[in-house]
Ligand binder design. Sequence first.
Ligand SMILES: [Mg+2]
Length: 256
Amino acid sequence: MTGRSKVKNWLTDMDGVLWHEGKPIPGAPELVKKWQAEGTEFLVLTNNSIYTPRDLAARLQAGGLDVPESRIYTSALATADFVRSQKPGGTAFVIGEAGLTTAMHEIGYVMTEVDPDYVVLGETRNLSFDALTKAVRLINKGARFIATNPDVTGPSAEGPLPATGAVAALITAATGKDPYIVGKPNPMMFRSAMNKINVHSEDTAMIGDRMDTDIVAGIEAGLHTILVRTGISDDAEIAKYPFRPTEILNSVADLI
Ligand SMILES: [Mg+2]
């Protein structure tokens, strides 16, 4: 794909693109409104697997950004979609919060500690030594190890929090097994999102604020990629990478 005129459908990252520290980024509410009014297919993506789409929609709405629950796609949903496609009707031992356990139930999985097909790790703020021990033993016995996202830290107002990737590293150290990680930068997350809204890479764009996740995965998934400068990447950061996004914009306000 070349020009933006061919783009009919949109995937967009949430944090740093539409949303920052409890508030919409200027232009984001108008852009989402425009997509809705035009009947454009779009999904808002996040690697955060703590919350369900309903919880996230409520949090965004409270801050002034109206995104319907059906337009939010989390790494927990992508992970559930992945295990369902690999083994329909399977079983899993899950370490995670409502975002992940709800997604796993919705695909018809049974949560069990007895000989599960998978150990699935998501973001959690309630880490238990007992659950970690179970995960390690089940993986040693042959359960396949899956993680929702690779992020080793997550943001908070008080400073960084240890995140899924850091807990996965602990389990890897104890088992010698690396997880298969579904969330960004695995382009699997974007393919899964496109399947959900029934669109194809030829006429779909990805908007992100990170070169090392959003943009590289967008390129690998064959998407038109747009980097916005409202998040992590500045021009010096952008220049460090051997790949380029299709476009660089100051913010999503440039897309209204
Ligand atoms: Mg971001």
